[in-house]
Design a protein around this ligand. Structure first.
Ligand code: GDP
Ligand code: IMO
Ligand code: MG
Length: 450
C-alpha cells in the first residue's frame, strides 16, 4: 500500500448541511440516516450546535456528540475542525450513559482545538463591547476559540491529554488572556493553577477517546464503509458566505467536511441540504422573509421554535429560496431533506420567496454587503395551504407513503424541487425518529470516480 493511500473507486458518503440559519433539523436527519451508516463525523462548530433527536417520547439534545451516537455500534467521530469544550462533552457523555446509551465508540481528533474557560469570558466581553452591533452569540466561547486556533494560540486535544504540554501552553496563554480581558475592562481574574488543574483532569477523563481521527475516517472510506458527515449551524452562518458579521466562526458549507474531518474532497459523495419548510434564525442579523406578525408567532409556537442550546425564541419567516439556492450552489446539494412541513399545515395560504427586489432590479443571489441585503424586498409566490394532519392521516401517510399526502402539500414540495432543480429525498413530518418519508430512489449511491 502506498503512503498516500488513495481512495477507492466508490465511497459511499453523505454530507448533511444546514441550508439556512441553523436548526433546520439536521440532528433528526443524521439520526435517521445513521441507521444505515457505520460512522458519523462532526467536522466543524462546537457546542453552539444543538441537535435534537426524538426517539418515541424521549428527547435527546446533542451539542458536541454526533447524532449517530444514539445508534448502537456506529463509530462517532469529533473531527479536527471542531472546537470542543471538554466540560460540556463530559456532561453530555455522563448524561447519555445515565440513559443507557453506549458511548464507547466515540473518538476525538487530537488536532481539535479546546474551548477554554477564558474563551467563554472573552465571548461575553466582546459581545458587551459590540454594544449596538451584537452578534447574539451562544456565549459558548466559539469565536474566541476559533480566533485562537487561527492565531496559533490554541490548546489542542493532543495538548489537553498531555499534562506537560498543557502546563507549558497555559503558562504562556493564561497571562496573555488576562491582559486581553483587562484591556476589555473585564473584571475576571484568571488563576493559572486552577485552570491547569481543571483542564488536566478533563484531559485524563477524555484521554481514551483522543486519536488521529482523520486516519479512522479515511480507513473507513477505503473499506467502503458508509460515512455520514454531520454539519452544524447553516450556510447563512458561514464565516465567509453568511451574513457577516452576524455569523458563526467556522466554515459551514460542504467543502469543509473534507478538511474538518481530515479526508480528501473526493471522499464526499452525496450532499443533502437540510431545508426547514419555512425559515428561522436565532440571534441578530438580516432576515429578509421574517414575519413580524401573529402568523410568525403562530409558526414559532407550532414549530416549538426555541433554541436547543440557549432557549432563545427563534425568529420565523417564509421559506426563502434565494437563500436555499445560494446554499445549494455553495455546497452542491444532490438532495434536499425538507423538515417540519407538518408545522405549515392548517394555513390558508403560504408564501415562498423566489427573488428579491432592490432599486427596481431583480436580485437572485445574496449580496455580500448587508446594507444592500437589508434593503432587499422579498418577492413571493403564493401557494394554497392544506389541512392539519391529524393522527389518523399521519399514520396513513407514514404507512402508505407519498401518495397519501394532501395535494397542496405535494404541490409545495414539487415547487421547491422544480425551482431549485434538486430532488427532495427525505420529508420530515414530525419530531419523532420515524415521522419521516424516505423518497430516495437509491440509497447511498456512491458515484463512480475517474
Ligand atoms: P438542528 O440544529 O438542525 O439539528 O435542529 P434543532 O434540533 O436545533 O431544531 C429542530 C427542531 O425541530 C427540533 O426540536 C426537532 O425535534 C424538530 N424537528 C425536526 N424535524 C422535524 C419535523 O419534520 N417536524 C417537526 N414538527 N419537528 C421537527
Ligand atoms: P445548530 O447546529 C442556530 C448562531 C448564534 C449567533 C451566531 C454566532 O443547532 O443549527 P456563535 O456562538 O456560534 O459565535 O454565535 O450563530 N448560531 C446558531 N444558530 N443554530 C446553531 O447551531 C447555531 N450556532 C450558532 O445564535 O447568531
Ligand atoms: Mg440546533
Amino acid at each position: 500500500m502506498s503512503l498516500g493511500m488513495c481512495l477507492p473507486i466508490t465511497m459511499p458518503s453523505v454530507v448533511i448541511i444546514g441550508s439556512q440559519w441553523g436548526d433546520e433539523g439536521k440532528g433528526k436527519i443524521v439520526d435517521y440516516l445513521a441507521e444505515e451508516a457505520q460512522m458519523v463525523v462532526r467536522f466543524q462548530g462546537g457546542n453552539n450546535a444543538g441537535h435534537t433527536v426524538q426517539v418515541g417520547d424521549e428527547v435527546f439534545r446533542l451539542h458536541h456528540l454526533p447524532s449517530g451516537i444514539l445508534r448502537r455500534g456506529k463509530a462517532a467521530i469529533i473531527g479536527n475542525g471542531v472546537v470542543l469544550d471538554p466540560a460540556v462533552l463530559i456532561e453530555e457523555l455522563d448524561g447519555l450513559e445515565s440513559r443507557k446509551i453506549v458511548t464507547d465508540n466515540l473518538r476525538i481528533s487530537d488536532r481539535a482545538n479546546v474551548i477554554m474557560s477564558y474563551h467563554k469570558l472573552l465571548d461575553g466581553a466582546e459581545e458587551r463591547l459590540r454594544k449596538g452591533s451584537k452578534v447574539g452569540t451562544t456565549g459558548r466561547g466559539i469565536g474566541p476559540a476559533y480566533s485562537d486556533k487561527v492565531a496559533r494560540l490554541g490548546v489542542r486535544m493532543g495538548d489537553l491529554v498531555d499534562p506537560g504540554a498543557l502546563s507549558e501552553r497555559l503558562q504562556f496563554l493564561v497571562p496573555l488572556k488576562q491582559r486581553i480581558l483587562d484591556a476589555y475592562g473585564d473584571q475576571a481574574r484568571l488563576d493559572l493553577g486552577s485552570i491547569e488543574k481543571e483542564y488536566a483532569a478533563y484531559g485524563q477523563r477524555l484521554r481514551k477517546y483522543v486519536t488521529d481521527t482523520g486516519y479512522l475516517v479515511h480507513s473507513a472510506l477505503r473499506k467502503n464503509r458508509r460515512v455520514l458527515f454531520e454539519g452544524a449551524q447553516g450556510t447563512m452562518l458561514d464565516i465567509d458566505h453568511g451574513t457577516y458579521p452576524f455569523v458563526t466562526s467556522s466554515t459551514t458549507v460542504a467543502g469543509n467536511a473534507a478538511s474538518g474531518a481530515g479526508v480528501a474532497p473526493l471522499a464526499l459523495d452525496d450532499v443533502y441540504g437540510v431545508v426547514k419548510a419555512y425559515t428561522t434564525r436565532v440571534g441578530e442579523g438580516p432576515f429578509p422573509t421574517e414575519l413580524h406578525d401573529d402568523l410568525g408567532r403562530t409558526i414559532a409556537e407550532k414549530g416549538g421554535e426555541f433554541g436547543t442550546t440557549t432557549g432563545r425564541p427563534r425568529r420565523c419567516g417564509w421559506l426563502d429560496l434565494v437563500i436555499v439556492g445560494y446554499s445549494a450552489s455553495l455546497s452542491g446539494f444532490t438532495g434536499i431533506a425538507m423538515t417540519k412541513i407538518d408545522v405549515l399545515s392548517g394555513l390558508d395560504e403560504l408564501k415562498v420567496c423566489t427573488h428579491y427586489a432592490l432599486d427596481g432590479k431583480r436580485v437572485s443571489r445574496i449580496p455580500a454587503d448587508l446594507r444592500l441585503l437589508n434593503r432587499c424586498e422579498p418577492r413571493y409566490t403564493k401557494m394554497p395551504g392544506w389541512p392539519d394532519l391529524d393522527d389518523a392521516s399521519m399514520k396513513r401517510i407514514l404507512r402508505r407513503g407519498y401518495q397519501e399526502l394532501p395535494a397542496n402539500l405535494k404541490k409545495y414540495v414539487k415547487y421547491v424541487e422544480k425551482t431549485l432543480g434538486i430532488p427532495v429525498v427525505l420529508l420530515g413530518l414530525g419530531r419523532r425518529r420515524n415521522e419521516i418519508l424516505d423518497l430516495r430512489k437509491k440509497k447511498w449511491t456512491a458515484r463512480p470516480r475517474k
